[in-house]
Design a protein around this ligand. Structure first.
Ligand code: S3P
Length: 177
């Protein structure tokens, strides 16, 4: 069964790459944040405002638990999802996890113009943004590195990764069973 799960920090490109991989594997693409927004009829910002980060983390865990009974998919998780409530353990049982690794500097560049949609980054100037990413990335690294496959997004093009996932997927899945 083809279940590809992309994890990584905000701005690493999970959704863009996820859509390409899904097209290639011919399976549905799922964006966890979008599904949670739809289910609760609130934006991520509104969820943070109303229920706090801890409320959002509970929603993320509840959401991925529901994916056990679905068929094949490519899933892009929110950046923090693997780091709470033993979610990483669960994701590794659910499918084949791929960590999209990027440096703090590159993430900061990519996120400069996309801060407003992300409550954890709201109000940070460029310097604060880089500091925040460096600290958070260190905190989260141990979780991200539990992924079955670590992909260096600065060395590999999106097309190379898509081809790699496509080629590797059957054998990776056998190993993860
Ligand atoms: C978050 C990442 C976001 C979203 C929320 C919290 C995080 O998703 O889930 O704003 O804690 O890293 P993206 O990684 O898709 O930006």
């Amino acid at each position: 069964m083809k279940r590809v799960i992309l994890i990584g920090f905000m701005g690493c490109g999970k959704s863009t790459l996820g859509k390409k991989i899904a097209r290639q594997l011919d399976v549905p693409f799922i964006d966890a944040d979008k599904e949670i927004e739809k289910a609760h009829k609130l934006s991520i910002g509104e969820i943070f405002g109303k229920y706090g980060e801890s409320g959002f983390r509970e929603m993320e865990t509840e959401y991925i638990k529901g994916l056990s009974c679905q068929g094949e998919f490519v899933l892009a998780t929110g950046g923090g999802l693997p780091c709470f409530n033993k979610n990483m353990e669960f994701l590794n049982q659910l499918g084949t996890t791929f960590y999209l690794d990027r440096s703090a500097k590159e993430l900061a560049n990519r996120l400069k113009n996309a801060k407003t949609q992300r409550p954890l980054l709201a109000g940070l100037n460029d310097e604060e943004l880089l500091d925040f990413i460096e600290v958070k990335l260190k905190e989260r690294d141990d979780y991200y590195k539990l992924a079955k496959v670590i992909l260096n997004r600065e060395d590999q093009t999106a097309n190379e990764i898509v081809n790699l996932v496509n080629l590797l997927h059957p054998s990776l899945h056998q190993r993860s069973q």
